[in-house]
Write a protein of this length. Structure first.
Length: 413
């Protein structure tokens, strides 16, 4: 029970972020939570170290290196101009972010787009004199929602695609989840317009091409992006034709970062300036969540309440709510064996993918990409999204998302 109490305290602190004159950052709160379960003996130090997912840590490190190089070289601002230059109003800009970043996240993974996209939207906010909060929320909801429709859009979908016995994962995810995902992206746009209608001005937006600051670094990071795109395409082909090759996202991330790490003269400065606080957050989160997981509370609750694990409504409700507490990847790791054991169909597997992913639209802790966006914004520009900024849109958005996915999946049985 101590682990659960500590988890509750962590949630409260993330919601308020300040006690007296002391203001906490998210990574500091999570680190305190991990320290709490360690000193109270809720998890052994050896088990704590083992709980840290090295694949995810290395994946984030590699993408952080590429993202930092993109920003420092000026190539990111250069690319963003070409992508967003046709967006002439805030309405069209938010739509570009929602559908552009959303669709990209389905193939480059939501965490990747969160890392690369945050400095882009902050730059757009500065250039166009807009409230950064709107664009950060747009990015957060876009990369979470967009990643639902692909087996490589996020780690939990990948887990379902690999261990769920799905014959053609890309076709299956697209068939069941593309249409409701596109609809939910548009609903996110409408809700942002509703909650921030005073800020959706109709003044025309002008875009200016930013010069590249470091041409040599830009060439290297361009090579990194080409490597990233080619390897993601290779992963899609490998999954599509059913080759038994374990081509991990970690490999893609680290190999993509190699041109910068090996050949850039400023490599040490780039590595020094990547978002180490977010990496600390994830390491601490793995420790705290493992301690909560080991308590057996949530597993026992599901058994005690005699819930029907194959019900679409139950799958999505449990996925959305428990993902806030034990994270969506452990939730899927818990739920997936139950579904496969009772012969869950593709419909139930897609409900698990949708529910566990769309959970990221409910609260900050619902998705790793949310934390990446907020940490990056606070570190670079001192801009933030509070817990309440997020949930006031996130609660109605998630409720609507769940309804849309449930209705659409119900058409298939």
């Amino acid at each position: 029970m101590i682990s659960l109490i500590i988890l509750g305290i962590v949630f409260i602190l993330i919601a308020v972020r300040q006690i007296g004159n002391v203001r906490f950052q998210i990574w500091q709160i999570m680190l305190l939570g991990a320290f709490g379960v360690l000193v109270t003996g809720q998890i052994h130090p050896v088990e704590a170290v083992k709980s840290i997912n090295i694949d995810i840590m290395l994946f984030l490190f590699g993408v952080f290196v590429v993202g930092q190089s993109l920003e420092e070289s000026g190539y990111l601002a250069h690319l963003s101009y070409h992508f967003f230059r046709k967006a002439k109003t805030l309405n069209s800009l938010v739509l570009y972010i929602m559908f552009g970043m959303g669709m990209f996240s389905a193939f480059l993974m939501n965490d990747t787009l969160a890392i690369i996209g945050t400095p882009v939207v902050l730059l757009l906010a500065k250039k166009t004199n807009m409230q950064p909060k709107i664009l950060l929320l747009s990015l957060a909801f876009a990369v979470t929602t967009g990643s639902v429709m692909s087996p490589i859009g996020n780690p939990q979908n990948l887990l379902i695609a690999i261990h769920g016995g799905i014959t053609n994962p890309f076709i299956t995810f697209f068939q069941f989840l593309f249409i409701p995902t596109a609809l939910n992206l548009f609903i996110a746009y409408l809700l942002l317009r509703l909650f921030y209608r005073k800020h959706f001005h109709t003044s025309p937006i002008s875009h200016h091409l930013e010069p590249i600051k470091d041409i040599k670094m830009a060439r290297l990071v361009r090579a990194s992006l080409v490597l990233l795109a080619v390897m993601v395409l290779a992963k899609i082909v490998i999954a599509f034709i059913g080759l038994g090759v374990d081509f991990k996202l970690t490999y893609i991330s680290i190999i993509s970062a190699m041109p910068v790490i090996l050949f850039c003269r400023k490599r040490l400065g780039i590595i020094r300036h990547i978002d180490w606080h977010t990496l600390i957050f994830f390491a601490a989160m793995f420790i705290l969540m493992e301690s909560v997981w080991d308590s057996g509370f949530f597993q026992q609750t599901i058994v005690t309440m005699n819930l029907n694990p194959a019900s679409k409504s139950m799958i999505m409700t449990v996925s959305v709510l428990l993902s806030q507490l034990i994270s969506n990847v452990p939730l899927v790791a818990l739920y997936l064996p139950m579904l496969t054991e009772i012969g869950g169909s593709n419909v139930e597997l897609m409900a698990l993918a949708a529910g566990s992913t769309i959970a990221g639209n409910l609260t900050i802790l619902g998705a790793a990409s949310n934390v990446i966006i907020i940490q990056s914004a606070e570190r670079n520009k001192g801009v933030t999204l509070t817990f309440w900024d997020f949930v006031k849109v996130g609660i109605p958005l998630t409720a609507t998302n769940v309804t849309v996915y449930w209705l659409f999946l119900s058409l298939f049985g």
